[in-house]
Design a protein around this ligand. Structure first.
Ligand code: C5P
Length: 219
């Protein structure tokens, strides 16, 4: 079984995908974390975010993997636990440049497809329903207003001691959406057979309920 959840930045995809995966006993794959890890890799190696060949070379040297630690999913770059580091504004504000690189996408999409080939997955990202798992029986396109998404990110940031203002966050989120939906390769876009879920004004429990109903209707 493959459940694809796509949508713009901070639309609640990962929060919801994690809960759904846990309830169904499926593996949760956060593809955004993979693009963020590659961005961090470039940063740590002192490579420019648009330098495709150098970044691809770095990717050949360090694998990106996930591990469940005390019930929480952690992201690793080689042996380094980068779970927190990939959430910094420096990564968030540069990831769109890295994720627009064709060869980076090719490598990560292959890794994502391999992960989904042998187990039941809930995978979230921008191109899961359109490119990574176009045959997924359940496809969700999750949205929410920019204002609500900025507020969610603001609250999440506070738990990480990141104090970017709400206004700045709104601008950053809108800018990232624009870049992600206007890039040439695999832009953020709903698959033609995706079910649209607008989470504005809904609680996490309400969204989970809605999505479980969509899944059960397909099972
Ligand atoms: O989901 P998250 O906000 O962590 O994703 C970070 C970035 O990674 C996105 O803004 C986008 O540039 C890129 N991304 C992508 N394709 C995916 C998942 C994420 O291009 N499937």
């Amino acid at each position: 079984m493959q459940i694809a959840i796509d949508g713009p930045a901070s639309s609640g995809k990962s929060t919801i995908a994690k809960i759904i995966a846990q309830q169904l006993g499926y593996l949760y794959i956060d593809t955004g974390a993979m693009y963020r890890a590659v961005t961090l890799m470039a940063q740590q190696a002192g490579v420019a975010y648009g330098a495709e060949a150098e970044i691809v070379q770095q990717m050949g040297q360090q694998t990106i993997s996930f591990q469940l630690i005390a019930g929480q999913q952690h992201t690793f770059l080689g042996p380094q636990d980068v779970t927190e580091l990939i959430r910094t504004p420096l990564v968030a504000n540069n990831v769109s440049e890295v994720s627009a690189l064709a060869k980076v996408r090719q490598l990560l999409v292959k890794q994502q497809q391999d992960l989904a080939a042998t187990q039941n997955v809930v995978m979230d990202g921008r191109d899961i329903g359109t490119v990574v798992l176009p045959q997924a029986p359940v496809k969700i396109f999750m949205t929410a207003s920019v204002s609500e998404r900025a507020q969610r990110r603001y609250r999440e940031n506070l738990t990480r001691n990141i104090t970017t203002s709400l206004e700045t966050l709104k601008m950053e989120i809108a800018a990232r959406d624009y870049k992600d939906s206007h890039r040439k390769i695999s832009p953020l876009k709903a698959a033609s057979d995706a079910v649209h879920v607008d989470t504005t004004g809904l609680t996490i429990e309400q969204v989970v309920q809605k999505i479980l109903e969509i899944i059960h209707a397909k099972l």
